[in-house]
Design a protein around this ligand. Sequence first.
Ligand SMILES: NC(=O)c1ccc[n+]([C@@H]2O[C@H](COP(=O)([O-])OP(=O)(O)OC[C@H]3O[C@@H](n4cnc5c(N)ncnc54)[C@H](O)[C@@H]3O)[C@@H](O)[C@H]2O)c1
Ligand SMILES: [Zn+2]
Ligand SMILES: [Zn+2]
Length: 402
Amino acid sequence: MVDRLVGHGDLADIADATDSAILAAMSSRPIRGAVFRGAGRPLVIETLLLDDPAEGEVLVRMVASGVCHSDLHVVDGEWARPTDVVLGHEGAAVVEALGPGVAERPEAAPLGVPGLRVGDLVVLAWTAPCGACVACLRGDAWLCTDPRGAGHRLSAADARLHRADGTTVGAYSGIGTFGERQVVAAEAAITIDPHTPPQIAALIGCAVTTGFGAIVNTAAIQAGQSVVIIGAGGVGLSAIMAAAAVGASPVIAIDAAPAKLELALRAGATVVFGPDEAVAAVARLTGSGADHVFEAIGLTETVELAVDLTRPGGTTTLVGMTPQGRRASIDVYHFVEDGKRLLGSNYGSAVPARDFPRIASMYLDGRLPLDLLVTELIGLGDLDPAFDAMRRRDGARRVVVY
Ligand SMILES: NC(=O)c1ccc[n+]([C@@H]2O[C@H](COP(=O)([O-])OP(=O)(O)OC[C@H]3O[C@@H](n4cnc5c(N)ncnc54)[C@H](O)[C@@H]3O)[C@@H](O)[C@H]2O)c1
Ligand SMILES: [Zn+2]
Ligand SMILES: [Zn+2]
């Protein structure tokens, strides 16, 4: 339960308050967040009031948030999204208060026991599975038809963030990780090993789980299979690390930026190429194409290339997401004659409560070199330059630290 030690939060009274316990005990508290106000416009850092967690919700203090290409799709207007919303969906946080009805994990209970404790390091899931719909019951948490936060509000009629003038502000995917604190659905907050560094924990919230899960869950790569990964950004590098970890061979990485190819080699790729060399190089290395090909950029031309690089009977898995409304074409005659398979991979087909802790453990055991994803630690005010760098294909991940 949330203690109410202080009355209704007032910006002027508490502007200097820094003690997180005091801030957690208020019925609303000021936070700074980067608000998306429309495509093609810079994010605006606003001070907003954040309400207490309601039934089934928790108050969290953000510790880090990655900048994902999916944020850039929104900022650039490639995906239509409502305004005004605190953006960001790749974050880690510390639990500050449990709302009514949230199960408290017993003290010293091992990870995996249901429930949360104040002080837990959590990775925030951008799909908070309801646990009760047909998709959730089937084990397909990423296909949940009733996830909380889907409309960038925790419920259809409600927002936990508002301005002094009474207007409400949403939180992207119900987690809005470009905000200093948020109120999130308890199902979106997944406890991981507290030894995980904040910036690594944040990246598990999207890029790492997406890339790792595409390899391990969606395509279920076996040791010794040949794998091509097109795109070595945050998602693609994570896929390369997972492919290397499960023993795929060779692991062939393709990217247009030479610096990304260097990173791909450090991530565990056995051989790397620019896109122009890809067709000849993959033919030379694999004969008739790779067992598995992954597209992790989101361009129609590389989607088509991915299908072409797949061997007869092999599988192409699409991870990158194009601007809305794009269609790619395949040579149907050859696709059918060759018996190829085509999969889409949303959130790495992940079940957050199962996959986030195991990915963190694999990092801590030295089996996933996730540190090399972090190009630069930045502040909330540096998001626009971070988006510019991503447009220039410069760097893997920039991570806001709070
Ligand atoms: N399926 C999902 O659930 C999911 C989750 C997260 C992100 N995504 C999507 O995955 C994609 C990749 O995200 P990211 O954050 O890794 O992006 P990123 O910007 O970090 O990486 C993209 C990479 O593609 C390379 N690239 C760009 N154009 C190229 C070209 N023409 N040829 C070869 N290489 C090229 C860049 O150099 C860069 O390394 C995005 O579309 C994003 O929206 C999907
Ligand atoms: Zn993302
Ligand atoms: Zn569900």
